[in-house]
Design a protein around this ligand. Sequence first.
Ligand SMILES: [Zn+2]
Length: 225
Amino acid sequence: MSEKQTIVIFEAHSDDCVIGMGGTVIQNNNEYNFILVTMTKGETAYTKVEDKGKMTEIRKNESMAADEILGIHEHIFLDNPCQDMQNNLKNYHEVVKILRKYRPIRIYTHKSPSKHRDHRNTHDVVVEGWWKASENVLADYGKTYRCPELFCFEVTDLFEFPGYIVDISNVFEKKMSALDAFSSQFDVLPGLNKYVEGLAMVRGYMGGFNYGEAFIKSNFMAKPC
Ligand SMILES: [Zn+2]
């Protein structure tokens, strides 16, 4: 039996993947190994002072519960400070190392522009790392690898003209169960469930489905043809 191919997802915060593309992951986890990389540790997402200092552990536990539902193969936490995710040398090199190690057939990450600096900087460092991983440099970080394609998902800043809509109607309830795993965020983002359902309906309408998820394919790296 041939080994499954790999897809790498880079998210800024632990619930971004579920919101942006949870249905797409659930639908394809039999065919691909999804590696999820969370860039920040989520420590600022508390609404009660007594929870300060506990959020990283709480959110990691929630992530692992969501991973079970999504069918994530492996989860990497890079533990950058939340609200201070940087497009810096450390993160740039982490992206290069991960891409060269896992050699995915596709990358997913945040869209840009985005209001949230963590989303925006995750996008920027991932697309640059996608390119740098393909260059013949940093030999100790693994063998050069050019991933064929990178897609962007949307979280709370939306595409004006999405390029692709995935039909997630048959896994929509499961996506919402994965979102429910992040109960610490219910007070941080009140009404998030309704927002996620509404957006899935809007994107579904665009594709002629009940529920959908939208993507844009990045042109940051030109595809040889
Ligand atoms: Zn986020």
